[in-house]
Ligand binder design. Structure first.
Ligand SMILES: Cc1ncc(COP(=O)(O)O)c(C=O)c1O
Length: 409
């Protein structure tokens, strides 16, 4: 007999990235030859954790109150303001004039995702996810008593599949009279795909069309990797300007990750930001999400909020330079990967930029075990494996491609 409640009996994290990452770290601590290409954290070319110096400086500037006191559930208003400026950049005045903005501090982007799933769908509803995805979306949905449907991420030309995206939105609208969709862009996890401005226009058109009759639609924009976009700070945010042309039945919720933008992975800091034309929807957003945050985790790290506020206030320019350097590290590794992959005839999904690249393969579990036997740890997905470029050096990229192509052949 189990003491677990009926729903809890089904709760079992299988093969998740954090568990595989732990296994890889343990293996590496015993054998330096091990390549740990699992977890999405950034490491430098010496194989050391990439710490942003400005983040460290900001944390040293803080008083005890700024570090350890309780904050309100929604978080500090100055934290919200600095985040808005970081995300919307030069367009912030325009956004404030045209749209309603609200923010809830959350434990990582994960908290923003959990809150959104829980408040914009009802028990048993389905959220629409990409076919290739950060698989924790599924676990977060299941934890909220939700199911999921997927849209094919790519079409035959390896571009965003707006046709399937639209078809799946229409089917969900028919079945549950509301639609919540997740788009993770740029630097999509796990492929590294980055949508073009034109592809985003297609998405906006689709969402406006399906909501025109009053159907509520939420676009959960998972922007975890936005600051690693090869196109730079300004161009990476052009799609965000398009959100202003969504009608008032569509709300955009931006999931910001302090883990990725500032390397504050373990501190668990992020934000759930709503952008809407409807004042009432903005009021409802704060009411329900503040309630859920209080009910689930009570309040978010004051230390995390204060560090971010400080970096964006006192060290912004210097921090941007550090991010540009980090981006360059990834670009070099990605170029190296592409060159080696083409030499070895190794196929991969369309990659533009970011932490990960994904290689299609059958029997990914077997491949994972075979790679492990060669001291290479990757993340197995359904019919694919994910290589994490952010956590390995250039030398390791070359070695990994060689090992993978030998096994996959
Ligand atoms: C696509 C994507 N979204 C969201 C997250 C959430 O990250 P965190 O909760 O650490 O901010 C991750 C983490 O790996 C991710 O890959």
């Amino acid at each position: 007999m189990t003491l677990l409640g009926k729903e809890a009996e089904l709760k079992h994290s299988k093969g998740n990235a954090l568990a595989i990452g732990k296994e890889a770290r343990e293996a590496k601590s015993k054998n330096n030859e091990v390549i740990d290409s699992t977890i999405g954290m950034l490491y430098d070319e010496n194989g050391k954790f990439y710490e942003f110096k400005t983040v460290e400086k900001a944390s040293k500037d803080l008083t005890s109150t700024e570090k350890y006191s309780y904050s309100s559930t929604a978080g500090d208003e100055e934290f919200h303001e600095r985040l808005y400026e970081w995300i919307f950049r030069d367009d912030i005045t325009n956004v404030r004039n045209k749209m309603h903005l609200r923010c809830i501090a959350t434990p990582g982007g994960s908290g923003a995702i959990a809150n959104t799933f829980s408040n914009y769908l009802s028990y048993g509803d389905k959220v629409l996810l990409p076919s290739l995805m950060w698989t924790n979306y599924i676990q977060i949905a299941q934890e909220q008593g939700l199911g999921y449907e997927t849209y094919e991420l790519f079409d035959d030309n390896s571009k965003f599949n707006n046709r399937d995206f639209e078809a799946k939105c229409i089917a969900l609208k028919k079945n549950q009279q509301r639609v919540v969709v997740v788009i993770n862009d740029p630097c999509q996890n796990p492929t590294g795909y980055t949508m073009s401005y034109e592809e985003w226009i297609g998405v906006i058109d689709t969402l406006n069309t399906i909501s025109r009759d009053g159907t509520p639609v939420v676009l959960l924009y998972d922007m975890a990797y936005i600051d690693y976009d090869i196109r730079g700070f300004e161009s990476s945010r052009l799609n965000i300007k398009l959100f202003q042309s969504l009608n008032e039945n569509v709300m955009t919720i931006l999931a910001f990750s302090g883990s990725k933008t500032l390397g504050l992975y373990g501190l668990r800091i992020g934000a759930q930001i709503c952008l809407t034309k409807s004042e009432q929807n903005a009021i409802d957003f704060t009411q329900a999400n503040d309630f859920s945050a209080r009910g689930m985790w009570s309040g978010t790290s004051t230390l995390g909020q204060s560090i971010i506020r400080k970096v964006f206030t006192d060290y912004k320019k210097e921090f941007e330079e550090e991010l540009e350097y980090a981006r360059k590290l990834l670009i070099d590794r990605a170029n190296c990967f592409k060159e080696e992959a083409s030499k070895h005839n190794l196929k991969h999904y369309p990659y533009v930029c970011g932490f990960f690249v994904t290689i299609p393969c059958e029997n990914s579990k077997e491949v994972f075990e075979q790679l492990k036997a060669k001291n290479l740890y990757v993340l197995p997905l359904a019919n694919a494996i994910r290589l994490t470029l952010s956590s390995i050096t250039l030398k390791e990229v070359r070695k990994s491609v060689k090992i993978i192509s030998e096994i996959i052949k």
